[in-house]
Write a protein that binds this ligand. Sequence first.
Ligand code: ZN
Length: 483
Amino acid sequence: MPATAPRPVTAPTAAASDVAMPAAGVRPTAFLGSFFHAPRYGEVELLERALIEVDARGVIAAVTLPDAPDYAARIASAREAGTLACLPDGTYGLPGFVDLHVHAPQWPQAGVALDEPLDVWLQKRTFPLEARFSDLEFARRVYRDLVRKLLSLGTTTTVYFASNDLASSIELSRIAAEAGQRALVGKVVMDDPAANPDYYRDASTAQALADTETLIREVASIATTTPQGAYAVVTPRFIPSCTDEGLAGLGRIAERHDAYVQSHCNEGQWEHDFVQARFGKSDAEALYDFGLLREKSIMAHCTFLTASDGELFARTGAAVAHCPISNSYFANSTCPVRRLRAQGVRMGLATDISGGFSPSLYDNIRHAVMVSRMLEDGVDARVPQDRRGAGEASRITSAEAFWLATAGGAEALRLPIGTFQVGRAFDAQVIDTRVPGADLTGFGVFDAPRDVLDRILFLSTPENVRQTWVQGRLAFERGSREA
Ligand SMILES: [Zn+2]
């Protein structure tokens, strides 16, 4: 088992109603409080005044509700052992969020130049920025800040595109492991000299494949030092930046190592048309033919998937990373979440920093709900109402978006996370609804559990996220004096 628990990263703020913790230096193994989760798509469950017990590996061993005969005895026993943490009234545990698509080196670019078209944004801003990550010190500075930021927003598991540089990609995995975040990290392959700038691409296809194998080996070694796990991801940037030989080689590596795969799948009209012109088939079909659409594949965007593409995803077990904010800028379309879910496609939520400007999955939950309604209703009032929308029921509820950000991401990654169920890792964020200036109590009005959760999902600010737990360990505490 791993070494010492990571030190929690902290951010200063005014004190509020704090979680009652065991004595300093003692890790709690029992959590008493009220917890929301979404074990089934579209349904929310409140575990009110539940006792969640966690074993030494950080895995949930028991969930006991007040009507259980041994409820009081279990609480008394944890209290006596000095391992009980109590969430006060007005605070709620939510599962840690799973962000399925983040470009870590684009963090300095978040919110910048989003008025540019995608090709200008990439060539003038993104590629020169990503190229700077061959400077390990610069990379460390940015990556540490990003990991800390994501933990502070309740994100406990992240699937990262690093850059084209191998050493700093490995460093990102190490930084996340040390900060206590569960990270899946890929070194980005861009091996086609005709498609990428000379200053930012792989030296050769052979080198790109060798670097990917090295990443898998190095991250496997990092994984042995961290309780929450660390995973390497085979990462062709997207079909237009890779050679056929590179794509096929990456497919073979993924199969040989049973590795995760990530890429972009028809992010926008240009990519969709490019792949059609190059191969005479859809992006999904081409990725499948290269062995890249498989179990543990995470494909970002997927806004142009046809019904038969959706079947291919469902059959192979590949998952969609839905990036609603990014899609509003660069996709020229909206991902049909409800249609793909009805086909049985695995799907979670993602920020797509920095095509999406916000590092918060809360912002993306909100936007996922809003764009799904615009997809259903349409947006141009000059078109008659019966023809204005997508012609199918597309709207999703906040409960569905909450599922995408938690259990859906877990299902996409095939990891035992995302809900408060026995056998899953205790990954949690503690939300305080009584923070001055960020009050989510609703003043005693509309206090049904679903109303409480909706206020949290739609109105919470970073101030409301008091603690973030990963694999039973405290990874972030707002206002902690520990540095
Ligand atoms: Zn992306």
